[in-house]
Ligand binder design. Structure first.
Ligand code: RIB
Length: 298
């Protein structure tokens, strides 16, 4: 069984669905509200577990009722939460998510996630050292992201850095990752480039192997320095929240099958993820993913 360690955020997602996004200063009547577990780290952990991996999560929750619900949800998915801290006098992370026409807008309040420390990563070194792949994103302090990259290198465990949400990083850190998985805006932010610049040129200049996500268009990766396109799988999009998390999880779980296969499976898994409302409701099981791969020629 593939073992995955995830270092990242855990949020409760407060989701509203409306026909369109409100303009600044405007109040809209929405269609639906739901409160569902999310957070990039926890989502990636859940997606990897559903695909059959044994998963450990390193993160933090507050001592509030949301923290209890979020922790119970992780247990229900079979995730090892030994390294998820419960912090006194602290709120759990939340994300206010507006969904309209299959697209989303998200405001994250990190709360406990802002207190995931490098010491916690070090304390989890046995679980990280035993992993086949480590996943880390950027909804936790950047010093903790750096500590994860450095520990992965020290223990010789490949780390996939999902640089979301977009923030500039020292280029030297990127070289510590086995793969960096930005979308176009995130890649431009990392490289201090104009987001309008051709992403293939940016990929060629990146100081690390990049797997670039392009939403419905699929993904790009480099082979012998040149960008290669994996087309997306055609589905009816309901909510894109969690698609990137599902992509990263599948990439990590199937990396041992080689990059082209892992990227194709990641695109298929991400496509399934957008077919349901809420970050995790569309995340596929291994069987659902296999059926999608057989159905489609992408
Ligand atoms: O990637 C999707 C996630 O981003 C949501 O679940 C939300 O919590 C934000 O962290």
């Amino acid at each position: 069984m593939t073992r995955i360690a995830v270092v990242g955020s855990i949020n409760m997602d407060l989701v509203t669905v409306s026909a369109r996004f409100p303009a600044p200063g405007e109040t809209l009547l929405g269609e639906r509200f739901l409160s569902v577990p999310g957070g990039k780290g926890a989502n990636q952990a859940v997606a990897a577990a559903r695909l059959g991996a044994e998963v450990t999560l390193v993160g933090a929750l507050g001592d509030d009722s949301l923290g209890t619900q979020l922790r119970d949800g992780l247990h229900d998915e079979g995730i090892d939460t030994t390294h998820v801290a419960r912090l006194d006098d602290c709120a759990s992370g939340t994300a206010s998510i507006s969904v309209a026409g299959g697209e989303n807008q998200i405001v994250v309040v990190p709360a406990a996630n802002a207190r995931v420390t490098p010491a916690q990563v070090e304390a989890a070194h046995a679980a990280i050292g035993a992993a086949d792949v480590v996943l880390v994103q950027m909804e936790i302090p950047l010093e903790t992201v750096e500590a994860t990259l450095r520990l992965g290198q020290r223990l010789q465990v490949p780390v996939i850095l999902n640089p979301a949400p977009a923030q500039p990083l020292p280029l030297a850190w990127l070289k510590l990752a086995r793969y960096v998985t930005p979308n176009q805006l995130e890649l431009a932010t990392l490289l201090g480039a104009d987001p309008a610049e051709d992403f293939r040129a940016l990929m060629r200049h990146a100081p690390c192997p990049v797997v670039l996500t392009r939403g419905a268009e699929g993904a790009w990766y480099r082979e012998q320095g040149e960008p290669v396109h994996q087309p997306g799988f055609s589905v009816e999009a309901v909510d894109s929240t969690g698609a990137g998390d599902t992509f990263n999880a599948a990439l990590a779980v199937f990396l041992h099958e080689g990059l082209p296969v892992a990227v194709r499976k990641a695109c298929a898994a991400a496509a399934l993820a957008v077919t349901r409302l809420g970050a995790r409701s569309g995340m596929p099981s291994k069987d659902e993913l296999d059926r999608q791969l057989t159905r489609s020629s992408a």
